[in-house]
Write a new protein. Sequence first.
Length: 135
Amino acid sequence: MPTTYVVIPWTPDEYPLCVDRVRYVGDGVAAVAAVHEDTALHVLELIEVEYEELPAFLDPYEALEADGSTPYVLDTKKAGWNGNITKKVHLQFGEVDELMDGSDVVVEGDYFFEGTTHTPIEPHCAIASRQASSR
């Protein structure tokens, strides 16, 4: 299924199933369509997938510094970026410096946020129904 779909405008390169590689446990690699549930379950048992283990980037700083000597997570799409970077987001709200200067206590550190998705309110799926043609 090499045709992309655009669910979110800033991720126009999403595929319904993996095309060239699996990047995490849970990536979709196959789909089954059948008239009966028993048939679908039987066909699922026949699917075999072979995986080649790729190097994992578990530290965000190492992922950003990668030089291409090992495969990137994604294909490089922007000049100056490696394939481990999908987007850069800078968020700043209000007069941060002034508010920090006026604070009684300031706690500084490096923090990591895994990110979230909107699955509970917008699951991605497709349901199809085929009916015989009257022609």
